[in-house]
Write a protein that binds this ligand. Sequence first.
Ligand SMILES: Cc1cc2nc3c(=O)[nH]c(=O)nc-3n(C[C@H](O)[C@H](O)[C@H](O)COP(=O)(O)O)c2cc1C
Length: 368
Amino acid sequence: MSDLKRLFEPIRVGELDLPNRIVMAPLTRSRSDEEGRVPTYAADYYSQRADAGLVITEATNISPGAVGYALTPGIWSDAQVEAWKSVVEAVHDREGRFVLQLWHTGRISHPDLHGGELPGAPSAVKPEGQAFTADGMKDMVTPRAFDTAEIPAILEDYRRAAVNAKEAGFDAVEIHSANNYLLEQFVRDSTNQREDEYGGSLENRLRFPLEVAAAVVEVWGAGRVGIRISPGTTMPGETPIDSEATITYGRYLEHLSSLGLAYTHVMEGLIRESRDWPDEVDGAELRRRAPGAYMANNELDPEAAAELLENREADLVSFGRAYIANPDLVSRIATGAPLAEAPQEYWYGGDATGYSDWPRASEGAAAR
Ligand SMILES: Cc1cc2nc3c(=O)[nH]c(=O)nc-3n(C[C@H](O)[C@H](O)[C@H](O)COP(=O)(O)O)c2cc1C
């Protein structure tokens, strides 16, 4: 395992001490109930993975208005906080470090998820594709643009969600500013066509995401706040990349650096299947500007991940899909045990099957 040894070097990230560089990436698994409470068996699922340097939760809605997928968890109600508490406790019992990902989906949603009302977004720009509703997949619609007067309340939703995450016992939070959800919809000129102080110029487009980051930092302290960005992705919604992506995200990261965030989690490349940056994005330049530890993600195998660490192209690496069927990913990498693959039917929805019942390598291939 000599060339993989970099993955097992401890690192301090903000105020957190990590025993290794391997991070469980956020993975929406759509097993929460209609009130947005994570299921009790999520405690097994997350605690089985507690030896990761960091475990990041599935994206978690900050408010009812934030919801864009059926059966995803929330962190706005007391009942949701209670449900998360037992999951956090289970991860802490196994000495894990647990980070909650704060989510608002903006236009990537559907009226069915909002009592028939249109989802709100920076501008009324229709995403392509379908939303996951309680009645299955449905075509997305043109969202309504938020009034300027509504924006302080959304900011307050973020702040309260951050407070609730603290109350639930998490060690840190990750602001989901990636994958073309609300915050990235503000950042990109393709989805932000506002004419108030939250749109138009670059500084205006960055205003709301930066207000959110400042509010979350005020609650948690910068050493326990990370951010996730994806300057090159077009999914979901077939969202065009910002027309000056390197400049736009470079400036965004510069502002975030002045807040002193603990880490920057970057979904690298164009789509989940490709680590290649599109022409508009200078990935190396953005890496240099990113605040805190740089966490690389997308299509990494252990060897590629170790090479990024070796070449100082990352401080941390996160694995998404590999964590679905390999609860013991850290020890599999350490021992060279083969990695299991999860069929897509288990990714979203269902119950403990294909979720918290994947065997460890030491239990043999038999299990499921
Ligand atoms: C089933 C599934 C659910 C995902 N849910 C989230 C999510 O909730 N938040 C997020 O930021 N990314 C999410 N992603 C993206 C992953 O975190 C990761 O960026 C992507 O899978 C690429 O990494 P990988 O090649 O290691 O899987 C999801 C991906 C998958 C496959």
